[in-house]
Design a protein around this ligand. Structure first.
Ligand code: GTP
Ligand code: MG
Length: 229
């Protein structure tokens, strides 16, 4: 039985990779930066997005959000309150988003051209690692409340990320958060990974995050086709 399970899984991932490649090409053509936010449940993806969307608006960027959850549209409602177009993807029990879900939910949406599309993945430190969504930037969140050892215990997800956001820095002292250990463990999982310290409560790290998004946007614009004259 074991070899067949492996074989089926490889086929699913191969199909996902093909779809993701096509999505990435499309996003470059459309000159849109796509950011996939991954983390354990509750580490602050939605809270950080709520903060980020307002800051993106002040930079004049048009944004939208796709948000995946196993159940409820709680996050979509929280994010829609910012005035940005938001679409909830219900995964029907699946522990991750896949490229087909992104294709399906971008068919007749968003209502206008975008500079930046955020994708909030299902809260899970295992499954989202293997599913490329065609994003240009994968951001993994690690909160001060969940333990510095998570990058060591769930290395695949942290290894797959381009940037790490340490979240809930306002709670660091109460949790006796060990900054040096967290950074060391992140570097062990993904050597050279950029780390931004953040708090959705205080806004700490917002400027650094926006600057990082801006730099990634410039890379997308440089890689994509020339703008129409
Ligand atoms: N003190 C503090 N609380 C935070 C911060 N960010 C998020 N929270 C709280 O942490 C809890 C979970 O935050 P969410 O943003 O819902 O986390 P999430 O990663 O989107 O969770 P899932 O979508 O369920 O995976 C909420 O009660 C937030 O208010 C922060 O920077 N500081
Ligand atoms: Mg959320």
């Amino acid at each position: 039985v074991q070899p067949r399970i492996v074989e089926i899984r490889q086929n699913v991932l191969r199909k996902n990779d093909e779809l993701a490649r096509a999505l990435r090409a499309r996003f470059l053509t459309d000159r849109v930066l796509v950011v996939n936010l991954v983390s354990s449940p509750g580490s602050g993806k939605t809270a950080w997005l709520e903060r980020s969307l307002g800051a993106c608006r002040t930079r004049g960027w048009h944004t939208a959000v796709l948000v995946g959850d196993v159940a409820t549209d709680n996050d979509a409602r929280r994010l829609a309150a910012t005035g940005v177009p938001v679409r909830q993807i219900g995964t029907g029990g699946l522990c991750h988003l896949d490229a087909q879900m992104i294709v399906d939910h971008l068919r007749d949406w968003p209502p206008r051209p975008l500079d930046l599309l955020f994708i909030e993945n299902v809260g899970n430190l295992v499954c989202p690692a293997s599913y490329d969504l065609g994003e240009s930037l994968r951001a993994v969140l690690l909160s001060t409340t969940e333990g510095e050892d998570k990058p060591l215990k769930y290395p695949a997800l942290f290894h797959s990320a381009d940037v790490a956001l340490l979240t809930k820095l306002d709670l660091a002292a109460a949790c006796e958060f060990d900054h040096a250990a967290a950074r060391q463990n992140l570097q062990a999982a993904r050597p050279g990974i950029r780390v931004v310290e953040t708090s959705a409560r205080t806004g700490q790290g917002l400027d650094d995050w926006l600057d990082l998004l801006d730099a990634s946007r410039q890379q997308v614009l440089a890689a994509g086709p020339a703008p129409p004259r």
